[in-house]
Design a protein around this ligand. Structure first.
Ligand code: NAG
Length: 384
């Protein structure tokens, strides 16, 4: 009886996982946002997803809640009634369920924690790590096993130059990655992935359109405003090229990056830069008011639900010092959404517009969806 019940619960959790994934797919394929999305009481997914899916998801959620309550042996841990919960907590739980994102993926979490202490960690557990973090299960519990470490690089030195002629292949465990087994292969696969150093060395230097903000110009703007830039954060920074460029100016930039499909984190570290392995929905592991500049690269775009983006931007505000800069670099969205959703959202921060440039996104998907780019440099006000 007990076993049947547990199996039923697992089946439901599985169903919930599938349904959640379907929802995220809908998010990715169409993000027709309406201005009233900004209203915290409205569910941001409801405008885009067929009603029957929403209904199914609600049923599954309600069932899980019901079962979880029945399962709970500690009455003091029971969820209090939603009415007594802060409304932001309710909203955030919908966007990125706190801790329950681990709880909602029991198969992955069990696989991750299934190891023999004091021995080598199981092969393939890196895939599980990435999968869990992407689903919002972060931070992960600690384990007492040895991660397989690549051999010591044969060449005498790891490069100090953040733009080495070539990235060392030996320091990557290529087994984890199916598409390529070398950095060379990755740069040939797609030169824009950030692994081709010959390509990267010219990034952040040229001014081809109003959307560009070359690093020398950025530093000039800061200097003219009597603002010092020493410490930065690059959100979704790929292989760390912004940090690399800033390092040449003796500026320290941390790069958040994930290892989806390719060894981005290893590439950042290989360049002597600091990779932070955190997903977009996580609070930045940085204290309040200490960072001079935050850059949001192409990972920040219209595919992020606007309510989630709002939380992200307010966390950016938290880590920025007053007078610090927020740089939205080629943020893309549908033209209508920029006016109705994203510009007002960014406006909530109350930052000074140092630069605000928009232009049509002219690639095929940009043309098809009527998308535009926004590049903005915004300065956090100094408290009165
Ligand atoms: C960076 O620091 C080094 C060592 O202090 C110095 O020699 C160099 O001129 C600095 N570079 C820049 C661009 O400020």
């Amino acid at each position: 009886m007990k076993m049947g019940f547990t199996m039923g619960l697992n089946l439901l959790l599985l169903l919930a996982m599938v349904a959640t994934n379907i929802l995220s797919l809908y998010h990715l394929s169409s993000n027709i946002q309406q201005p009233n999305n900004l209203n915290p009481s409205s569910n941001p997914t409801q405008n885009q997803v067929p009603d029957y899916l929403i209904h199914q998801l609600q049923t599954i959620r309600a069932t899980i809640n019901h079962l979880t309550r029945h399962h709970n042996h500690h009455p003091e841990q029971q969820h209090s009634k939603p009415t007594s919960m802060p409304s932001d907590l309710i909203l955030y739980s919908q966007l990125s369920p706190i801790a329950s994102s681990c709880h909602n993926n029991p198969e992955l979490l069990f696989t991750y924690m299934n190891y023999t202490p004091f021995t080598l960690c199981p092969l393939g557990s890196d895939d599980v790590v990435e999968a869990l973090i992407l689903r919002g299960c972060h931070p992960l519990p600690r384990r007492r096993c040895f991660s397989k470490t690549p051999q010591k690089p044969s060449s005498s030195s790891l490069p100090h130059n953040p733009f080495p002629a070539k990235l060392l292949d030996e320091v990557v465990m290529w087994k984890k990655y199916s598409s390529c087994k070398s950095f060379d292969c990755l740069s040939k696969l797609n030169p824009n992935m950030g692994f081709d150093m010959n390509n990267e060395v010219s990034n952040f230097l040229s001014y081809k359109s109003e959307l560009d903000l070359p690093v020398p110009q950025l530093l000039q703007i800061a200097k003219a405003a009597n603002s010092v830039i020493r410490l930065g954060l690059d959100i979704g920074g790929g292989t760390g090229t912004f940090a690399a460029r800033m390092k040449l100016h003796n500026i320290t930039v941390l790069t958040t990056t994930l290892n989806v499909v390719a060894p981005y984190t290893e590439a950042v570290a290989l360049r002597g830069l600091v990779p932070l392995h955190v997903p977009l929905q996580q609070r930045f592991p940085i204290f309040d008011g200490v960072v001079d500049i935050v850059r949001c690269g192409r990972a920040i775009n219209r595919w992020i639900p606007s309510a989630t983006l709002e939380f992200l931007l307010f966390d950016v505000d938290r880590v920025l010092r007053s007078g610090g800069y927020l740089w939205l670099d080629h943020f893309f969205s549908k033209s209508v959404d920029l006016d109705k959703v994203f510009a007002p959202l960014i406006g909530k921060l109350g930052y000074r517009k140092v630069k605000w440039a928009t232009a049509s996104k002219t690639d095929s998907s940009g043309l098809k969806n009527g998308e535009v780019y926004l590049t903005a440099l915004l300065q956090k006000p100094i408290p009165k």
